[in-house]
Design a protein around this ligand. Structure first.
Ligand SMILES: O=C[C@H](O)[C@H](O)COP(=O)(O)O
Ligand SMILES: C=C(OP(=O)(O)O)C(=O)O
Length: 339
């Protein structure tokens, strides 16, 4: 249930309504928004009787939220959320490119890639210090040493850092070094991790589980927002299908559905979707045409020697050309408008 206050409602009236909601045993969650003051009524078992709050001073109306995900739903917040990290804004128009290697391997590697992707228009640097690998014998990441390398790249280039957190034990550490914390496809329904992410002071990028429906994905985001963190970016990174020609299937149609259902920004990861270098460009260009808020793209200066995902990593010169195409296509679609 969403309680909408009148435009001229006073702070005292808002506080009074919040107090009454809490006194009734529910949770009151003010929803930030430019056009209205709204308060989500959460943790109700069964329907909330609107008569309880209707008619209170300053209350305009009570709107039932029909979707199972309440806070991430557009029913609750009609305007788009913009996720901000200093001067980088995701969801404000220009697609934000996050580029870098799959795994942080060394300072030299990350500096070289960081400088090059920055020059090509990326605003964020990606790279895993804690790597979720299929095999326990594969490179698992440099851990804290990797995080320090990422911090050095930020220092040198000004790029914001997005990096994956795999568990609650290392959450504080990853949060400290990063600008945006990434929750990967394999952990999309790790509810303990989602709850911890909800307490984070940094934005969270939530990748879609490789076998998750859109409802499950949005419910996972709800876990984060329910705890108080409303700075969430959704990332479509491909789902498992019967198709064997690509590593995953990039579900472009999910973008239109998520846009309709949720106010959160949405980006894609064409690298993990395609899984092959030759597929990354076309999937990225298609994503740009869908009007995504950004993209995460793997770039390596020596893909043949990469410790993870070399086959799907672009060479820096390829990224440079692709970045320009992404900006051009995005602009074209935006200026021509919806059909
Ligand atoms: O980046 C994500 C994974 O760690 C990466 O794609 C490697 O996957 P793999 O361990 O199955 O090779
Ligand atoms: C592990 C990653 O991706 P995903 O969770 O989509 O596999 C990654 O981006 O490093």
């Amino acid at each position: 249930m969403l309680l909408v206050m009148k435009q001229n409602a006073t702070q005292d009236q808002i506080d009074d309504v919040i107090e009454r909601i809490e006194a009734a045993g529910f949770t009151a969650r003010p929803i930030p928004g430019g056009h209205r003051t709204a308060i989500g009524i959460l943790h109700n078992q069964g329907a909330v009787d609107p008569a309880r709050f209707q008619g209170l001073p300053g209350v305009k109306e009570l709107i039932p939220v029909t979707r199972p995900y309440k806070l991430v739903s557009r029913e609750t917040k009609p305007e788009n959320t913009v996720v901000r990290m200093g001067d980088v804004a995701i969801g404000e128009g220009k697609p934000v490119l996050m580029a870098g290697p799959c795994a942080v391997e060394s300072l030299e590697q990350c500096m070289a890639i960081g400088k090059s992707v920055k020059e090509s228009g990326a605003e964020m640097f990606r790279g895993g210090a804690f790597k979720p690998r299929t095999s326990p014998y594969s490179f698992q990441g440099l851990g804290e040493e990797g995080l320090k390398i990422l911090a050095a790249v930020r220092e040198e280039t000004g790029l914001k850092i997005v990096t994956e957190v795999m568990d609650n034990e290392t959450f504080d550490l990853v949060e400290e070094y990063s600008d945006m914390v990434q929750i990967g496809t394999r952990n999309m329904q790790n509810f303990a991790l989602l709850r911890r992410a909800g307490l984070a002071k940094k934005p969270v990028m939530l990748k879609r589980g490789m076998s998750a429906t859109i409802d499950e994905w949005l419910m996972a985001a709800e876990y984060i927002m329910e705890r108080g963190n409303d700075q969430i970016v959704l990332c479509e990174r491909g789902i498992r299908t019967f198709a064997m020609h690509s590593r995953n299937t990039l579900d472009l149609s999910a973008i239109t559905v998520v846009r309709k259902e949720s106010h959160l920004p949405i980006i894609t990861d064409p690298s993990h979707a395609g899984g092959h270098r030759c597929q990354v460009g076309p999937l990225a260009r298609a994503s740009a045409a869908m009007g995504v808020d950004g993209m995460m793209i793997e770039v390596h200066n020596d893909p043949a020697a990469a410790l993870s995902d070399g086959g799907q990593s672009l060479y820096p010169h390829q990224f440079s050309k692709l970045a320009q195409q992404i900006f051009d296509i995005h602009d074209l679609v935006r200026t021509q408008g919806e059909i």
